[in-house]
Design a protein around this ligand. Structure first.
Ligand code: HGY
Ligand code: MN
Ligand code: MN
Ligand code: MN
Length: 405
């Protein structure tokens, strides 16, 4: 099946007709449809299909028990109103690259795995890379069982409702021990390749990044009768903090985003009692990231005090800088560098990935495909089909170089 036809088949799954964006959240109907698509692709190619203890899906050519497997793939879930390419491009390209290698008559000397990591975006339960974190032991079973969505549904309950047994969640060192290399192809979430005029790039590192929750607690009151001087309005402290985040990020050459907010009681005519804001901040190095978050928190505390509002700040997740495996990265550059038409730039990224979570357990690497506008986590996310096909061909070359005679 060609890249184009696979892409066309997956494209409508979980897509909103209103915005054209995706709502493929973990353990929902759209996720089930994506999972069914993955299993269909695997079985149509005669690959051994399995779902592991953490809900990640695997398709195997050869027996992984032989060890030293080469694995490729990504994720199929999305952020709220997300784009079509972030995640699915890596999974569709994996199946298409296998088809290309079979057409070339490549002979595999190592097991080849294709993976769909579950709940990479964390859109439903608020933590990114749940499937790969559990597998790598970077998230405990207790922590996973406490994850709860906006409707109060826990992760175990959501898995059960979707027909999966949450009792199996946990680290999977045996599985990781069988993998010699994981290569994730992903649409670039930025414009470096567009600016350099390249179709494909290789990842050098993932910036350190994290998520912090700012809880501003004030005093609920009547919006129409409470004098301004008598208010303890948490919305004001929150708004001033959002502006401070932008200032601190600019000063440190980092990024900081308040993209999610919760308001109680959330009434038009009520001064809020609670405003909950989630900060996503990332920087090229740890010192800059620490500087930004410290600066934002200091400003937030000053604003809260000025309005007689209480503030609690909770770090909900953090991923330290990921330097991808140098030997594997250089091997990809060697393999791809032999193709005349491809200069192969190496670039860092502020986006987190399953390859980053696994990088301290197994050698991992990433390939990026050009995104002409750089836009991601939006229905406008896009990659030209000829760049996607070039990505499939580059991935096929990499897999051939790593796993075939
Ligand atoms: O948020 C991220 O960086 C990734 O897309 N999950
Ligand atoms: Mn993403
Ligand atoms: Mn992604
Ligand atoms: Mn990923």
């Amino acid at each position: 099946m060609s890249f184009h036809s696979m892409w066309a088949e997956l494209l409508p799954v979980g897509r909103s007709s209103a915005s054209g964006g995706y709502r493929r959240y973990a353990w929902t109907g759209a996720d089930a449809d994506c999972r069914a698509w993955f299993q269909e692709q695997a079985e149509a190619r005669g690959l051994a299909f399995e779902t592991d203890r953490n809900g990640n899906q695997w398709a195997w050519l050869g027996d992984p028990a032989a060890g030293n497997a080469v694995v490729t793939g990504s994720h199929l879930d999305s952020v709220p109103d997300g784009g079509a390419f972030d995640g699915p491009l890596g999974v569709v390209s994996a199946f298409a690259a296998l088809d290309e290698l079979r057409a070339r008559g490549a002979r595999f000397t190592r097991p080849l795995g294709i993976v769909n990591f579950g709940d990479e975006e964390g859109a439903r339960f608020g933590l990114a890379c749940v499937g790969s974190r559990l597998t790598a032991g970077a998230l405990t079973v207790e922590q996973a069982h406490r994850l709860t969505d906006g409707d109060g549904v826990t992760l175990p309950q959501a898995m059960e409702d979707a027909g999966y047994d949450p009792g199996t969640l946990g680290p999977d060192p045996e599985r990781l021990a069988r993998i010699g290399a994981f290569v994730e192809l992903h649409v670039e979430q930025g414009r470096a390749l567009d600016l350099s005029g390249d179709r494909i790039g290789i990842a050098s590192a993932i910036w350190p990044h994290g998520r912090w929750r700012f809880d501003f607690r004030g005093e609920a009151n009547h919006a129409g009768t409470t004098r301004l001087a008598d208010r303890h309005d948490p919305m004001l402290s929150y708004a001033e903090t959002v502006l401070a985040a932008r200032r601190e990020a600019e000063l440190a050459g980092a990024v900081a985003t308040f993209g999610k907010i919760g308001v109680e009681p959330n009434g038009v005519n009520a001064i809020p009692s609670l405003v909950r804001g989630w900060l996503d901040s990332r920087a090229a190095d740890q010192t800059s990231l620490d500087t930004v978050v410290t600066g934002i928190e200091k400003a937030a505390r000053e604003y809260a005090a000025a309005h007689g509002v209480n503030l609690d700040v909770v770090r909900e997740s953090f991923t330290p800088v990921v330097e991808f495996d140098h030997a594997l990265r250089d091997e990809l550059a060697r393999i791809l560098g032999t193709r005349a038409e491809l200069k192969v730039p190496v670039l860092g990224t502020g986006a987190g990935h399953d390859a980053g979570i696994l990088s301290d357990r197994i050698p991992t690497a990433m390939l990026f495909v050009r995104n002409p506008t750089g836009v991601s986590h939006s229905p406008a996310e896009y990659a030209a089909e000829d760049d996607c096909v070039a990505g499939v061909s580059a991935l096929a070359d990499v897999l051939e170089g790593l796993a075939c005679t």
